[in-house]
Every structure is written in structure tokens, then in C-alpha cells.
Design a protein around this ligand. Structure first.
Ligand SMILES: Cc1cc2nc3c(=O)[nH]c(=O)nc-3n(C[C@H](O)[C@H](O)[C@H](O)COP(=O)(O)OP(=O)(O)OC[C@H]3O[C@@H](n4cnc5c(N)ncnc54)[C@H](O)[C@@H]3O)c2cc1C
Length: 407
């Protein structure tokens, strides 16, 4: 495993880091204080600059105008972009569009690609992914109520979804719905493209998240699909393949998330250290002179480095051995990195005292919004249970064969 960074890649990373510091971080106060309609043009202007620099769409397919970086390179980019809540969006590689682009690229028909994929990669439209339901457990998605029933040449979709991130202003949703109720559980659901202006696509509300409704890209919606009719040609991939497609993009998607979270942790550590080094606590003394603060700094740095090493190793394994051979690590990094990030953000906020609770730094935003990391992309507990089962399996088999005795 070679983790050394080629010179060209390092130059690109340095360029992106510089852009983040000069152009993106200074916009965060506008992001936190301005209404979305005032703020959006500022973001759009930055996106244009990124395009002119040739850094648009680092993970997106080349044939549609992206850079199509290998997974390990994109992981390093994602870490830098993750240091600001605006980073991925400004570089045209934000969730859930990035995942939807992968799905459309692999499974879209030529017509679907021309109508949806091309403008999506170009940043002309946005999309959302609509799977989780209000009344059913997202942790057990095969247990789903939304249906898509064939009628003539159409599907008629009925169901109540929520947490459809970035639905507000999106051009289309990729909806998971049961099309084959009598098939085995993992072959019951399909992914279907639903344009958001289809009658019966009702955006009920943007959900309040920790006191913030959000708007536009930065929002999470509840959506009622009410006799929502779309042509059968909007099906993505084969009918009943919804979970298989979702599974395939699980590995790369996990790397995108965890490297972004590591970016959040790195920024929080940076803010913690720089504040501790300058905040006076007594005449001639700053916070960083206190041993308890030094311990937080040391623990945070070590924990970030350990989580980062495992994440990069996981990206390397996915790239070279495939996701099936990397299942354990893909589960491990989900909860390990989410928890590392939260510990570091919490310590950084604590070091900032009252200032940490305000929106004068980005820490309170991270604290509010990144709490969700332990819930989405599979709740931590689900990953722990499945990892433990894999680890236990050979011991259980030995036990059954009478070879694992207590004495
Ligand atoms: C900010 C945010 C953005 C999101 N974006 C999207 C999106 O764009 N599209 C989309 O479709 N969904 C999205 N989601 C939804 C997300 O995928 C679900 O919230 C998640 O899968 C958990 O499902 P649930 O909320 O229904 O919790 P439930 O499944 O009801 O689980 C509740 C809790 O029970 C525990 N639990 C669950 N299963 C087990 C188990 N087997 N063993 C032990 N404990 C268990 C866990 O602690 C879990 O948090 C988003 C969620 C958040 C918070």
C-alpha cells in the first residue's frame, strides 16, 4: 500500500486548500447570516471561478466535464473540501448529486443521461435521493411502504418520504419504491426518476433541523408522493434492482462522507489550537498553557490521524481489491470517523467557551449539523452489529463444530 502523494496531486491539493482559505472560508459568515436567495449568487460566482480553474467536479465523469479522479485522490480532495460546509457544493461534488451522478452514469439510458446527467454534472440543475420514510425504519429499508404500480405505460407512485436532502429547488428525485412486492426482500424495490414538477410530487415542508429550516441546497424535505405518475422509461437499471444499485455505490460513497467528516475534524482542531494559543486566561498566560487543553489537542490530533489512516487504507482496498473484500473496513470507518469528528468538534467548541456557542465561528454549525453523521449513511448501531456478526462468525462456527470450548 503506497500512501505517498504524487507531485501533481499535491499541487492540486495545495491549490484547492488555498482557494478554500482565500475564497470559501470568508463566505461562511454570509452563509450563516444571509437568506438563501441573497447568498446563492455568491456561491454561484465561486462555482464559476472553480470551473475556470479546471477543478470542477473532481469525482465526476470526464466525458461530462468532471475530473474523474481515482478514489484515493478524491478522498484527499474531499477532506479539504469538508473543512467548510460550502466546499463540496462550490466544487460541484456535493451529496446527494454526486451519488445520483454515479447511478445515472452507470445505469442511465442514453436519453436519461442527456436529459438529467449532463446538466447535473455541469451544475445547471440539482437532484435529491428519496428513500427514507416517515413511518418506516430507515435502518431496515427493505421494510418500505412506498409503492410504484404499473398502469399503462406509467408507474404510479404513492408514499410519504422525509429527509430527502436538497429537494427544495431540485429538478428531479431518484425515488426508491416497491415495484415487485412478491420478490425476495432485496429484489422488491426499484429506483425511479421523478421530475419534481410532476403532479403528485408534493414538497410538504423543509424539516427544522436543530432549530434551522434551511433552504435550497441546504435543506431536508418531507415529500408526499400522491398518485404521482411517471413513464416507465424513468426506471433506472432493471426493475427490482434498487438495493443492488444502492449497495454498489456504498463503498465510494462512504469514503466521500468519511473524508468530509475528517475535514470537519481537521478544521475544528485548527480552530481549537489557534484559539487556545491566543486566548488570554490570566496575566501572561493563554489557554494553551493549561495541561487539560494540551491533552485535548494531543488526543484530537492522534484520533484524527488514526481515523484518517484507516479511511485511506479502506479507499485503497476498495480501489485495488473491490468493495466486497473491504466490507469490514467500510463498516468500521462509518462509526469510527463519525464519532472522532464529533469528539473533536465538541472539544473545540468547549475550548471556545461562550464564543463556541455563537455563530461567530463555524463550530456551532458543525456541532448542530454533523450530529447527524451517526444517524445517516446507516445508523452507527447497524454497522456495529453487522461488523460484530462478521467477526463472530468463525467463532460461532467453531463452537457449532465443538472446537471452541470454554476450558
Ligand atoms: C441530516 C440527514 C440527512 C439525510 N438525508 C437523506 C437523504 O437524502 N435521503 C434519504 O432517503 N434519507 C436521508 N436521511 C435519512 C437517514 O438515512 C435515516 O435517518 C437513517 O437511515 C435512519 O433511519 P431512521 O431515521 O428511520 O431511524 P430508525 O431506523 O427508526 O432507527 C432509529 C435508531 O434505532 C437504532 N437502531 C436502528 N437499527 C438498529 C439495529 N439493527 N440495532 C440496534 N439499534 C438500531 C439506531 O440508534 C437508530 O438511530 C437523512 C438523515 C439525516 C439525519
Amino acid at each position: 500500500m503506497d500512501f505517498s502523494i504524487p507531485k501533481d496531486t499535491q499541487l492540486m491539493l495545495d491549490l484547492i486548500q488555498e482557494f478554500m482559505e482565500k475564497e470559501v472560508y470568508p463566505l461562511e459568515q454570509n452563509f450563516l447570516n444571509e437568506p438563501p436567495e441573497v447568498f446563492q449568487p455568491r456561491l454561484d460566482a465561486l462555482r464559476e471561478k472553480v470551473k475556470q480553474m479546471g477543478l470542477w467536479g473532481p469525482a465526476q465523469p470526464k466525458e461530462y466535464g468532471g475530473m474523474e479522479l481515482p478514489l484515493t485522490d478524491f478522498a484527499l480532495v474531499s477532506e479539504i473540501l469538508g473543512t467548510s460546509p460550502l466546499g463540496h457544493y462550490v466544487f460541484g461534488t456535493q451529496a446527494p448529486d454526486a451519488g445520483n451522478i454515479e447511478i445515472l452514469h452507470k445505469y442511465g439510458t442514453p436519453e436519461q443521461k442527456e436529459r438529467w446527467l449532463r446538466p447535473l454534472v455541469e451544475g445547471k440543475i440539482r437532484s435529491c435521493f428519496s428513500m427514507t420514510e416517515v413511518e418506516m425504519p430507515g435502518s431496515n429499508p427493505v421494510y418500505m411502504e412506498t409503492t410504484a404500480v404499473k398502469d399503462g405505460g406509467d408507474y404510479v407512485i404513492n408514499g410519504q418520504k422525509w429527509y430527502t436532502t436538497a429537494a427544495d429547488g431540485a429538478a428531479f428525485a431518484i425515488v426508491m419504491a416497491v415495484t415487485n412486492p412478491d420478490a425476495p426482500p432485496y429484489q422488491r424495490a426499484s429506483m425511479i426518476i421523478v421530475p419534481t414538477d410532476t403532479p403528485g410530487f408534493d414538497l410538504v415542508r423543509n424539516i427544522n433541523i436543530m432549530g434551522h429550516k434551511g433552504g435550497g441546497y441546504f435543506s431536508h424535505a418531507e415529500i408526499l408522493y400522491h398518485s404521482c405518475r411517471v413513464p416507465q422509461s424513468n426506471l433506472l437499471g432493471p426493475e427490482g434492482a434498487g438495493f443492488r444499485i444502492a449497495q454498489e455505490r456504498l463503498g465510494p460513497g462512504r469514503i466521500h462522507h468519511t473524508m468530509r467528516w475528517l475535514g470537519v475534524a481537521r478544521r475544528a482542531l485548527d480552530l481549537m489550537v489557534s484559539y487556545a494559543a491566543r486566548r488570554p486566561i490570566a496575566p501572561g498566560q493563554v489557554l494553551a498553557d493549561k495541561e487539560i487543553i494540551q491533552a485535548w489537542i494531543a488526543e484530537s490530533a492522534a484520533e484524527i490521524q488514526a481515523a484518517r489512516a484507516l479511511t485511506l487504507q479502506t479507499a485503497w482496498r476498495i480501489e485495488h481489491l473491490g468493495w466486497k473484500e473491504t466490507r469490514q473496513e467500510i463498516s468500521m470507518i462509518k462509526f469510527l470517523v463519525a464519532n472522532t469528528m464529533q469528539k473533536v468538534v465538541d472539544r473545540a467548541l468547549q475550548v471556545h467557551g461562550g464564543l463556541g456557542m455563537t455563530d461567530d465561528t463555524i463550530l456551532a454549525y458543525f456541532y448542530r449539523h454533523e450530529r447527524a453523521a451517526r444517524i445517516y449513511d446507516g445508523a452507527d448501531e447497524v454497522h456495529k452489529v453487522s461488523l460484530a456478526k462478521r467477526i463472530l462468525r468463525p467463532y460461532r462456527e467453531q463452537m457449532e463444530a465443538g472446537r471452541n470450548r470454554l476450558r
